[in-house]
Ligand binder design. Structure first.
Ligand SMILES: NC(=O)c1ccc[n+]([C@@H]2O[C@H](COP(=O)([O-])OP(=O)(O)OC[C@H]3O[C@@H](n4cnc5c(N)ncnc54)[C@H](OP(=O)(O)O)[C@@H]3O)[C@@H](O)[C@H]2O)c1
Length: 331
């Protein structure tokens, strides 16, 4: 593969950092543009300071790149970027939240409807619902302005460095062993993608100028298998007690993420589509996945080596209280 000049818009956090790291490992010439507030970019990358609320700095505007990888959520940021680098191949990282209906299982980019775009910038701190619609608008800007493009819509991205702590809850919890609270039904389906696998595929798409819209998603599997593989990855002998969603809701347990949440548990059937995107088109476009057990093992190692690693989800005391309430109901 010929070497590529890649501009990563980001590069200091989780996915965009993994993209820059992977591209450097393949010998590509990598420039990362950020404000410089979230941390350093990987060794070997050229750093350019750019706050994307401001104009493109001269150092970037005068350069040309074969490929641009962008993780932005804000339309005006993408508009400026595409206008500055129209001849590059753009790999735009969108989200499965771009899809209009979270309840439709086994969808692909070819079968699922998108949300209506929101072209104006919104503050996601006060208006989190604008996330999907703004990503749809960003996708459109890339399609309209770039010479060629890949739009990748990831589902839940997991692994070492995850700033959200959602999947991370499980390797940490299961490493402690004992009786673990599991939400919903064992056969409820879910998928995750390791950040390193997604990053590697993004670099492949940049190298090959892969065209079109694709989902950045992992293998769809029963949650019972995902948790069993996670347990195996961290060498756990934990047992699982499956508690129906109605009981969890009565107990005030939140789905997905947050201090009271049980991560990976999603309300059904309204979220049946969120973790069940058909990965077949992405495999055909070169996506290669590692086993969930490997992701779990490496995530736990990262947490153990990183004192401030974010871990979402309920405390052990809270888990014990919910389990006790469930068992007392059945006595
Ligand atoms: N996590 C998930 O499960 C999930 C699921 C679906 C899709 N996604 C998508 O995956 C991507 C994740 O990207 P990521 O992990 O790299 O994190 P990110 O939070 O999207 O991006 C962080 C990068 O953006 C830079 N940045 C932030 N504000 C900036 C500004 N004003 N100007 C210039 N640069 C700025 C940061 O550096 P500085 O702060 O130093 O500027 C950092 O390098 C996003 O596109 C997200 O929407 C995530």
């Amino acid at each position: 593969m010929p070497l590529v000049k890649i501009l990563v818009l980001g590069g200091s956090v989780f996915l965009s950092k993994a993209v820059a790291t992977d591209a450097l490992e393949r010998g590509h010439e990598v420039t990362c543009a950020t404000r410089g507030t979230s941390g350093p970019v990987p060794d070997g990358a050229t750093f350019v300071a750019w706050d994307r609320t401001q104009e493109v700095p001269g150092e970037l505007a005068g350069a040309s790149y074969d490929a641009v990888v962008d993780v932005a959520r804000i339309p005006s940021w993408v508009r400026k970027g595409v206008a500055a680098f129209p001849s590059a191949h753009w790999v735009f990282v969108s989200t499965v939240n771009a899809y209009a209906d979270d309840s439709v299982p086994d969808g692909t980019p070819g079968t699922l409807e998108l949300r209506e775009p929101r072209h104006e910038d919104a503050d996601l701190g006060t208006d989190p619902e604008a996330y999907g619609p703004m990503k749809v608008a960003c996708e459109q800007l890339v399609r309209q302005g770039a010479a060629s493009w890949t739009v990748i819509r990831p589902g839940l991205i997991v692994g070492p460095g995850d700033p959200t702590g959602r999947f991370t809850y499980w390797p940490v919890r299961l490493a402690d062993g004992g009786e673990a609270l599991a939400g919903g039904r064992p056969g409820d389906r879910m998928q995750v993608i390791d950040v390193r696998d997604l990053a590697a595929w993004i670099v492949t798409c940049a190298e090959q100028r892969t065209g079109g819209d694709l989902d950045g998603v992992g293998e769809v599997m029963p949650l019972s298998r995902m948790l069993a593989e996670t347990a195996a990855g961290v060498g756990s002998d934990a047992t699982f007690t499956w508690v129906p969603q109605e009981f969890l809701a009565e107990q005030g347990v939140e789905p997905w993420m947050g201090p009271e949440a049980l991560p990976l548990w999603l309300p059904r059937p309204e979220c049946d589509g969120l973790g069940t995107h058909d990965p077949a088109p992405s495999y055909a476009a070169g996506l290669v996945l590692r086993p969930v057990a490997d992701t779990a093992r490496d995530t736990l190692a990262w947490v153990r080596a990183t004192p401030d690693a974010p871990v979402s989800g309920m405390s052990r005391d809270r888990e014990a209280a919910v389990l006790a309430a469930w068992h007392s109901l059945r006595e």
